[in-house]
Write a protein of this length. Structure first.
Ligand code: IMP
Length: 440
């Protein structure tokens, strides 16, 4: 059996909590895109673990796979594994030999390009992890893959081809003087050692084969999407996007498991009951201007600061056109709606039900970001709900959820014509009402 977890908004919908919860029934948790731009916190036996690359299931003794669609920074990977080992854990992480490697020059170029783009407001507010430049090299057929680290001859050949180009780009095009991050010999030595460690730990796999065989053997596999639909490189608010496909199609392409197999399992859209955004670009339902104090309140209450960057997140009302778009792009079979506790005690609430674009009412996200920036939301108002003992509610189940919150949740489910599988009402693992477990 499989389940695919997809962020339905702008990332940070609380996917980690759901992955963690349903991950108990998974044998393998596989990431299919992104890299160490993602951030999740796992609480296990009272201990808090902050991870950005190692799949959270690995903390709980599951096999974690980084699929071919991921971009892997071996430095981050090993420092996370070492940090977990120091705390007594021995995570079992496998990395696709087809996954691309983030090198130091990718991080430097990420910073250089963001600065250059900021003159024309085209900077995406990246996490600075080198994600975009690495995917660029993948598409440009000059990338270095995990499998290449295992073969020093191939690694040397690839570096000798690509590094001078990168140096010229930094120095001659952007006029920035660079250092060891662009030195073939230094990179070769460092990355050859990473390859040796991967080989010694028998950490590399032919991911598609490994996962497909596991599924055929009756194992449960969870495909864990990072980021969210509206920052998908194809379906998001380009160019203010990440460089991969968080939508469910990415689960097949990014692991090598056939879409017919992925499509037999559930695809669960993770929804935050309001919006948050760490990067730049338009956000029609943003709480700005007079509404800033309310945004500040939600940000504080919801802890809306970037896990990777620590940046304060922008806040907005729930945006239904964004969710309809996400549901269509990924074909959700279920929803997990998070953070209803954060909206408690704020008085009446609004939801962007539709947009008006050039005088016409539309119900989904338009294809260009310029059109999206012109969209004026039409709001639907909802009566708010009070703060309650959310742990008690979670224990008692759906009927204990405050009536007004139930109305809000049912509206989302009806609009998307998709059942609710879980409702999150607090950061702890047991502060969730589970209506359906897709791996049971
Ligand atoms: P990058 O993925 O670092 O290239 O950043 C591109 C855009 O995606 C920026 O707007 C980031 O803020 C956003 N982004 C990347 N990863 C995450 C995430 O895990 N959560 C939310 N936003 C993200």
């Amino acid at each position: 059996m499989t389940v695919t977890i997809v962020g339905s908004q702008l990332g940070d919908e609380g996917k980690g909590g759901v992955v963690d919860l349903w991950g108990d029934n998974a044998d393998i948790v596989a990431r299919y895109q992104g890299g160490d731009n993602a951030g999740h916190t796992v609480v296990h036996d009272g201990e808090e673990y902050k991870l950005s690359l190692v799949p959270s299931g690995a903390v709980r003794g599951k096999i974690g796979v980084l699929g071919n669609g991921c971009v892997v920074n071996p430095e981050t990977l090993f420092s996370e594994i070492d940090a977990l080992a120091e705390r007594g854990l021995s995570p079992d992480v496998r990395v696709a030999e087809r996954a691309h490697v983030i090198l130091p020059y990718h991080k430097v170029l990420d910073g250089i390009e963001e600065t250059a783009k900021s003159d024309s407001d085209l900077d995406a507010g990246t996490t600075g992890r080198g994600i975009g430049p690495t995917y660029e090299d993948k598409a440009g057929r000059r990338g270095i893959r995990i499998g290449d680290l295992l073969d020093p001859e191939v690694l040397r050949e690839r570096l000798e081809y690509v590094v001078p180009q990168k140096r010229a780009l930094a120095e001659d095009v952007f006029g920035v003087e660079v250092g060891d991050e662009f030195d073939v010999d230094a990179l070769f030595e460092q990355y050859k050692r990473f390859g040796e460690r991967l080989a010694e730990g028998e950490m590399t796999v032919n991911a598609g084969e490994f996962l497909t065989n596991a599924i055929k053997d009756g194992k449960n596999v969870m495909f864990e999407g990072a980021q969210g639909t509206s920052i998908d490189i194809d379906h998001g608010i380009y160019p203010y996007v990440t460089s991969s496909n968080p939508t469910s199609g990415g689960a097949a392409v990014g692991t090598g498991v056939a879409p017919t197999i992925v499509g037999k399992g559930d695809v669960v859209g993770i929804v935050k009951s309001y919006l948050s955004r760490v990067g730049t670009g338009p956000l029609p339902t943003e709480l700005d201007g007079d509404m800033k104090p309310l945004a500040d309140q939600i940000r504080e209450k919801g802890g809306e600061f970037g896990t990777v960057t620590g940046r304060p997140r922008r806040i907005g009302w729930l945006d239904m056109p964004m969710l309809r778009h996400a549901e269509r792009a990924s074909g959700f079979t279920g929803l997990a709606i998070n953070h209803i506790d954060v909206l408690a005690g704020l008085g009446d609430l609004k939801v962007g039900h539709s947009y008006t674009l050039d005088g016409e009412e539309i119900f989904t996200v338009p294809p260009t970001t310029e059109q999206w920036a012109r969209c004026e939301p039409t709001y639907k108002e909802f009566e708010g709900w009070d703060d309650v003992d959310w742990s008690a509610v979670a224990e008692d189940g759906w009927d204990a959820i405050p009536d007004n919150a139930q109305t809000y949740l049912e509206y989302i489910s009806d609009e998307l014509d998709t059942d609710i599988f879980a409702v999150g009402m607090g950061p702890d693992r047991d502060q969730t009402v589970i209506l359906e477990n897709p791996l049971e």
